[in-house]
Design a protein around this ligand. Structure first.
Ligand SMILES: [Zn+2]
Length: 137
């Protein structure tokens, strides 16, 4: 995991719209083409419609590269309202999204014990949902 991806995630975390939780999350990903895309969490007073940083970055990547987009690496950073680093791992929904674009991609984040950890995306969600072949519809 390159340091530039992690620092980009930290910069975009400062852009997050998190007035309700104060939990500012940034994600920076590198596509297989070598491009960097950013996302931050966007909260809403109606909490369930809030969106995660990781999915924001994936949406930006797909919008730019289309259906051929492949995830190479993603860094996720969380900050409190004072800008202090907090532990964060991608949520379950984001893990499902990430693995669809790159099970062998690298994911980096601050683990619950605070150290920077990198893992294979597929290892974040070993029993991911896979749409089976259900024959003709
Ligand atoms: Zn998420």
């Amino acid at each position: 995991m390159s340091a530039d991806l992690r620092s980009a995630a930290e910069r975009v975390a400062r852009q997050a719209y998190a007035p309700h939780s104060g939990f500012h999350v940034g994600a920076a990903l590198r596509s297989a083409r070598g491009q960097i895309y950013l996302g931050c969490n966007v909260e809403n007073a109606a909490y369930p419609v809030s969106s995660c940083a990781e999915r924001g970055a994936i949406s930006a990547a797909v919008a730019a590269e289309g259906k051929d987009f492949k995830l190479h690496a993603i860094a996720v950073v969380a900050l409190n309202a004072q800008g202090d680093s907090l532990p964060v791992t991608p949520c379950g929904a984001c893990r499902q999204i990430l693995v669809e674009f790159g099970a062998d991609a690298e994911a980096g984040f601050s683990a619950p014990d605070g150290h920077w950890q990198t893992v294979r995306v597929g290892d974040l969600l070993p029993f991911r949902f896979i749409l089976p072949d259900i024959g003709s519809r």
